[in-house]
Write a protein that binds this ligand. Sequence first.
Ligand SMILES: [Zn+2]
Length: 207
Amino acid sequence: MIIFGTRGKVLSNKNATKKLNCKNCSSQNTVTAFTSFRYFHIFWIPFFPISKKITTQCSHCKQVQYQNELNEFELQTFKGITNTKIPWRFYFGLILIGLFFALITFTIVSSSIETGKNAKNPEVNDIYEIENYNNGKRTYTVYKIVDVTKDSVTFEMNDYEVESVTKVDDLMREHPNDYSEKLTVSKEELVKMYKTDVIHSIHKAKE
Ligand SMILES: [Zn+2]
């Protein structure tokens, strides 16, 4: 089974108006040119074109000549036809990869915007994932909001920490009531914590 490789494709030569005489059968104005290209495919899905070449054929004797067999005059005559655009579907794989990365970027950016909005609107029982960086070691824990005043926010800090952000959910599940120390910060400070990425993400209480 062929999983990936290259395939050839001939582009229509509707606009190829130039004709030459045939060197093979000496017929007049019977040689026309068309463009062909190869494209890389994976599982028959075209990913991207890799080469575009001119091929000529005589309508009388059917002789075919490939680009490397054409002389300078013939190449100059037919040069324009390589401007024929390769249809977008032969870039399908590349477009798909592009969309995939755009989607990831969009998701990251929009979740970061969401966290930023939430940091400006703290509410009791919101849980903040906090990233700490001490002595070259990154750790994660959670803070829970227990009080909000006009200018400040009071957190209870979880007694436990984990080494990976993916384990924060486990920490929250395993230690839901292990908050002993409190921390009060100004709302200004809170926004700064978000901007410096100390606040990794925010779980809103009302959701
Ligand atoms: Zn011919």
